[in-house]
Design a protein around this ligand. Sequence first.
Ligand code: GDP
Ligand code: MG
Length: 441
Amino acid sequence: LSDRLGGVFDRLTKQGALTEDDVTAAMREVRVALLEADVSLPVARNFVKAVTSKATGSAVTKSITPGQQVVKIVHDELIKTLQGDDAPDALRIDNPPAPILMVGLQGSGKTTTTAKLALRLKDREKKRVLMASLDTNRPAAMEQLAILGTQIGVDTLPIVPGQTAPQIAQRAKQQASLGGYDVVMLDTAGRLHIDQQLMDEVLAVRDIAQPRETLLVVDGLTGQDAVNVATEFDGKVGISGVVLTRMDGDGRGGAALSMRAITGKPIRFVGLGEKMDALETFDAQRVAGRILGMGDIVALVEKAQQVLEVEQAERMMKRFQKGLFNMNDLKGQLEQMQKMGGMQSIMGMMPGMQKMAKQAEAAGMDDKAISRQIALINSMTKKERANPDMLQASRKKRIAAGAGMDVAELNRLLKMQKQMADTMKKLGKMGKGGMLKQAMR
Ligand code: GDP
Ligand code: MG
């Protein structure tokens, strides 16, 4: 997509706001990208429509191109659509034993996911989990779950031949109550296609189990089909969430968007492999990047927007390289830090500056401290800011009082400004562009 969009974006003129033509041209490509990622046609269409109206007329941030701006808007909207209201991994499993019903087509990864999730609940949430296979169709299916159970150290319901799925569900619930389990996971049988018999069985099991969560397991590689499956299951059985498996494959994740848009049900986990630990909480951001296939651009745009004024930063850079770093510069830096979430995090991001980040932390440069420092600078006159060396005792007193702090705090600020000026000078001399400048990129 990056390549294709690149062409369109090159033609976008650099102007104050995105015009309708800019957006329309870019959206044609976005639509194709969505379809290529296996997003269903109506969902892609609606999505593009929503984003188009949002993007048209929106101001273009100076430091990025209109094309990058469109990508950012598309990306944000994708995340919004993909994200549920609650944390995806917050399962309703209070009130033990809480039944979790796993449903889906055969081969979607139900049994594997049942075990993965059981392991997760056991390890991360310290839950006692009982697993039961209700798959009476395939003789090996029950064995499969028992083997996985042994492997991960989770109990499975003993196999009693000849029982129907609802009977097993009943027994599992009883066993879970008697055994003091927190969660009882019911792994149901699947079929290659949805049919009445499958649905009837799932419904019978559901009525007996009264699940707190009904998780639909779908193969993330199946795209369109996944959406039909989700719609069917949700309509007939009612699902509380979705697990997308095989997200380690090269599917683009469009199924996630379609399912979310059509069923409105949250995607909770993604399967990323056959191993038992290959289950992760659904991450809307990551999937959005995957659907667009352009994580780089998005990261770049986000960075540019965070730093906000790269131009301003570069102007400052020039000053720093000359060893000029007065209170105005410090204030500018402090304000940027505030935007980006504190000194430590920015410095942590810059190559070779982790050590300074630690020093900053030691110097008390957290968000609160930053606000206080800005208040102190605000209480200085223009002249004082430009030339902090002129601050004598009486001026210091006035400034500190003006900001409602004591002189000791002002002295710390002054010391910091001096240190920064020295450091900036040194950094400025290192390499052509300077490290700071590179880190801004
Ligand atoms: P079920 O019929 O729905 O119970 O499906 P299974 O759990 O038996 O899984 C079918 C196959 O898919 C097995 O070989 C699993 O190892 C594999 N599988 C399940 N989840 C994933 C996943 O997230 N990634 C990959 N690569 N394979 C998976
Ligand atoms: Mg199975």
